[in-house]
Design a protein around this ligand. Structure first.
Ligand code: ADP
Length: 311
């Protein structure tokens, strides 16, 4: 503790990881503060899983330093491993064990005492709504139930940092909402969460601060608002073709980055579209339809890389 400030939960300093000639991580620096719900967004192959494998102690970085709660991270130290809960993309549950037995197995692995473990297992089964399935084999569960059990397993030892790798893969909408709500509730209770996904809608909906990873590099890391505010909102007004004099004066309106007549519509780009729209109407625009396209993380990624996130 320096000056009363808690140490960052996680501090990654220039992390590199190479597999032969493949540079999976090419110098990643990131800091996650206590209580954050941090989104790590990147296309397939960006290096997300490699980064989480390093934090789980399953892989060693080629270079760089990891600090966990202010201390150098030693994944061989049990105390350090206990601070982290990891729900991997590939499920880490045993299909031939029941939900309860899975939780007991992992709880014992982390050294939870018997009495504590019993109440903790019940608590976790309740938290992911699997109480009535507690004694069924995990192998018989639906994709969504397996994901929920996987989340419970990652939490059973009360970690202080939860790492989620694509937690909604193969999940039905109901389980997906359930996982979202759990993650938000856990975060509201003070748990620091790193949520990794290539689904930009998920990260945009859940995470107030977001790092965008591409080709092993952090190409942007900022609050959701700042990331989205980098781009203009696109307004499309379906209306009669204006005169060029009207267009010229519309371009003088404050907040109008560009005003063009194109494809039979008035196309407007603005960093403050909500304020500009009434000004356009007051200026005499009489649209029969208005379409508003606010920036998304998808468009932010496109503007940063020239590529779509999903290709
Ligand atoms: P993501 O999780 O974002 O999809 P990964 O971390 O899985 O990305 O992969 C990052 C890059 O490292 C990819 O180019 C991938 O092919 C490569 N990679 C990952 N693991 C290995 C490995 N064990 N051996 C060789 N290359 C790997």
């Amino acid at each position: 503790m320096i000056g009363g400030m808690a140490a960052p939960v996680l501090d990654l300093i220039d992390i590199r990881k190479s597999y032969g000639r493949t540079e999976a991580l090419a110098g990643v620096s990131l800091t996650v503060q206590p209580g954050e719900l941090f989104g790590l967004l990147g296309p397939n192959g960006a290096g997300k899983t490699t980064l989480l494998a390093i934090l789980a102690g399953l892989s060693e970085p080629t270079a760089g330093a990891v600090k966990l709660f202010g201390d150098a991270f030693d994944p061989r130290a049990r105390a350090a491993r206990k601070l982290i809960g990891l729900a991997t993309q590939d499920l880490a549950i045993y299909p031939e064990l029941s939900a309860r037995e899975n939780l007991r197995f992992f709880g014992e692995l982390y050294g939870l005492g018997r009495a504590d473990l019993r109440s903790r297992i019940d608590e976790m089964l309740g938290a992911v709504s699997l109480k009535d399935r507690a004694d069924q084999l995990a192998g018989t569960f639906s994709g969504g139930m397996k994901r929920r059990l996987n989340l419970a397993v990652a939490l059973v030892h009360r970690p202080r940092l939860l790492l989620l790798d694509e937690p909604t893969t193969g999940v039905d909408p109901q389980s997906r909402n359930h996982i979202f709500e759990r993650v938000q509730a856990l975060n509201a209770e003070g748990l620091t969460v790193i949520y990794t996904s290539h689904y930009m809608e998920e990260v945009q909906a859940l995470c107030p601060r977001i790092g965008i990873l591409d080709h092993g590099r952090v190409i942007a890391c900022d609050s959701r608002e700042s990331l989205l505010n980098r781009l203009d909102t696109a307004l499309t007004l379906t209306m009669a073709e204006p005169t060029s004099a009207w267009l010229a004066s519309a371009r003088q309106l404050p907040g109008a980055r560009s005003v063009e007549w194109s494809h039979g519509n008035l196309q407007v780009a603005s960093p403050e579209a909500a304020a500009l729209l009434p000004k356009l109407l007051a200026h005499g625009a009489a649209p029969s339809a208005i379409d508003v396209k606010a920036p998304t993380l998808e468009s932010v990624f496109l503007s940063l890389t020239g590529r779509a996130l999903r290709d």
